[in-house]
Design a protein around this ligand. Structure first.
Ligand SMILES: Cc1cc2nc3c(=O)[nH]c(=O)nc-3n(C[C@H](O)[C@H](O)[C@H](O)COP(=O)(O)OP(=O)(O)OC[C@H]3O[C@@H](n4cnc5c(N)ncnc54)[C@H](O)[C@@H]3O)c2cc1C
Length: 385
C-alpha cells in the first residue's frame, strides 16, 4: 500500500477536518449546485471543476487508501454525501478516481508510487474498467486477455460503462492472464486504446461513461498491479469495497436533497387552503423519508468508524450500508416526487434527477440482488446454530 510522502497534497488543519461537512457544502454550493443542470445537459463535467476538486484535496481519497496525508474514512464519507447532494454525477468522479487509485495502491512494492502520487494530487484522472459486454455482476467472466510478450503484456478486449472513461488519463483494467485474473494500469495514450462514449444513460448524465476497446495494447511488465491471480479477488475486490462505501454515502446525499425538496414543497404548497404538510398522509411520507435518511446515514457512519478503527467488520458494514442507503435513496426520491406532484416530473429538476440517479446507485458496485445474495449468505452463516 502506498504510504510515502504525499507532495503537494493540500494539508488540513485538525479543526478544518472537523468542518468537512461545512467545507464540502460550501464548495458544492459555490462550484457545483448552480451548474448541475448545465453539466447534465452537456453530459460532461468541465476540467476547471475537476481542478478545483483536486486543489481542495477531494480527489486524494481517505488516508486509509493513500497514506498519511488523506482525511479519515468517516470524513471522506461526509465529503461524498455533500458532493452527491449537489450532483451525483460529479460525486461519481470521486468514487471511480479514488477506487482506481486505491486499487493501484494495493499493488504494493512501490512500483506505482509515482503514479499514485499523481492521482492523489489530481494531476491525472483514473477510471476503473471491469465491466464488459459479457461480464457485469459476474466479474469472473471477464474476457479481456493479457498475454505475456517479451518484457511486457499485450492486452485485447472491450470494457463498457467506464465512468469518466471519456476523460481519464489512465485505466485500472481487469483482465485475464492464462485464465487467471489480473489488474493492469493502462494509460489512455497507449496505442490501441480506443475510447468512445457509451450509449447515453438517463442517470448520472454528466459522468462521461466510455466504451473502451483494447486492440493489441502493449504495456510494460510493471503495469501489472500486484500479482497474476489477484485481479478480481484482491485488486478489484478492494476497489469495489471502496466504491460501495462511496456509493452508500452518495445515496445519503441524494436522499437528503430529496427530503429537503419534499419538506420545502409540503410546507409552501397550499391546496384548498390547507398546507400539504398539514395532511397526515403527507406527514407519513415525510416521516418515512426522514427515517430512511437518518437510518442510511447511521449505517454509513458505522461503516466509516469500522474502517477508521480497522474493525474486521468494516467490509460487512460497508456492504450493508450500500444496500440500505441505495434502497433508501430510491424510496425517498420517489416519495419526494409524490409530494411534489406534477412538479416532481419536471425534467432537470432536483427531484426528477434524484429519482434517476438513485436508481442507478442500486445497480453500480453490485446490484441490490447481488448484495442480497452476499449479505443473506453471511447472515445464514452468522446466526445458524
Ligand atoms: C451509471 C453506471 C456507471 C457505471 N460505471 C462503471 C465503471 O466505472 N466501471 C465499470 O467497470 N463498470 C461500470 N458500470 C457497470 C456496472 O458495474 C454494471 O452495470 C453492474 O455490475 C451490473 O452489470 P450488468 O449491467 O452487466 O448487469 P447484469 O450483471 O447482467 O445483471 C442484471 C441484473 O440481473 C440481476 N442479477 C445479476 N446477477 C445476479 C445474481 N448473482 N443474483 C441475483 N440477481 C442477479 C440483478 O438484478 C442485476 O441488476 C456502471 C454502470 C452504470 C449503470
Amino acid at each position: 500500500m502506498y504510504g510515502g510522502e504525499a507532495a503537494r497534497i493540500p494539508q488540513r488543519e485538525p479543526t478544518f477536518r472537523r468542518m468537512i461537512r461545512e467545507e464540502a457544502r460550501a464548495f458544492a454550493d459555490r462550484y457545483i449546485a448552480p451548474r448541475t443542470v448545465e453539466f447534465e445537459e452537456s453530459r460532461r463535467v468541465p476540467r476547471e471543476l475537476i481542478r478545483a476538486l483536486a486543489d481542495s484535496g477531494y480527489l486524494a481519497g481517505p488516508r486509509k487508501a493513500v497514506g498519511a496525508a488523506g482525511i479519515s474514512m468517516s470524513e471522506f464519507g461526509v465529503l461524498n454525501e455533500e458532493l452527491a447532494r449537489a450532483s451525483a454525477s460529479v460525486q461519481s468522479l470521486v468514487t471511480v478516481h479514488t477506487m482506481a487509485t486505491f486499487g493501484i495502491a494495493q499493488g504494493g512494492e512501490g512500483i506505482h508510487d509515482e503514479l499514485v502520487r499523481c492521482l492523489v494530487r489530481g494531476d491525472k484522472i483514473a477510471a476503473f474498467a471491469l465491466t464488459e459486454p459479457g461480464a457485469g455482476s459476474d466479474a469472473s467472466a471477464v474476457a479481456t486477455v493479457a498475454v505475456k510478450s517479451g518484457d511486457g503484456y499485450v492486452l485485447n478486449g472491450e470494457k463498457c460503462w467506464v465512468t469518466y472513461g471519456q476523460l481519464a488519463d489512465v485505466y485500472l483494467v481487469i483482465a485475464k492472464v492464462a485464465g487467471a485474473s489480473a489488474a493492469f494500469v493502462v494509460p489512455r495514450a497507449c496505442d490501441g486504446v480506443i475510447v468512445g462514449p457509451s450509449p447515453p444513460l438517463s442517470a448520472l448524465r454528466a459522468s462521461m461513461q466510455a466504451h473502451i476497446r483494447l486492440v493489441d495494447v502493449v504495456v510494460p511488465a510493471k503495469s501489472l498491479v500486484g500479482r497474476v491471480g489477484l485481479g478480481v479477488s484482491h485488486i478489484a475486490g478492494s476497489a469495489l469495497m471502496h466504491g460501495r462505501y462511496c456509493v452508500a454515502w452518495a445515496s445519503v446525499g441524494i436522499a437528503q436533497l430529496a427530503l429537503e425538496a419534499s419538506a420545502n414543497h409540503a410546507t409552501a404548497r397550499l391546496q384548498a387552503a390547507t398546507r400539504l404538510s398539514d395532511h397526515q398522509l403527507v406527514r407519513r411520507l415525510l416521516t418515512e423519508a426522514y427515517a430512511d435518511v437518518e437510518t442510511a446515514r447511521l449505517m454509513c457512519e458505522r461503516a466509516g468508524r469500522a474502517h477508521d478503527t480497522a474493525d474486521p467488520r468494516a467490509a460487512d458494514d460497508t456492504l450493508l450500508a450500500k444496500y440500505v442507503a441505495s434502497r433508501a435513496a430510491v424510496r425517498v426520491a420517489e416519495a419526494a416526487r409524490q409530494i411534489l406532484g406534477a412538479r416532481g416530473f419536471i425534467e432537470g429538476s432536483d427531484v426528477e434527477r434524484c429519482c434517476r440517479d438513485a436508481r442507478a446507485l442500486e445497480v453500480v458496485e453490485g446490484p441490490t440482488e447481488v448484495l442480497q445474495d452476499l449479505i443473506g449468505a453471511r447472515v445464514a452463516g452468522k446466526y445458524a446454530h
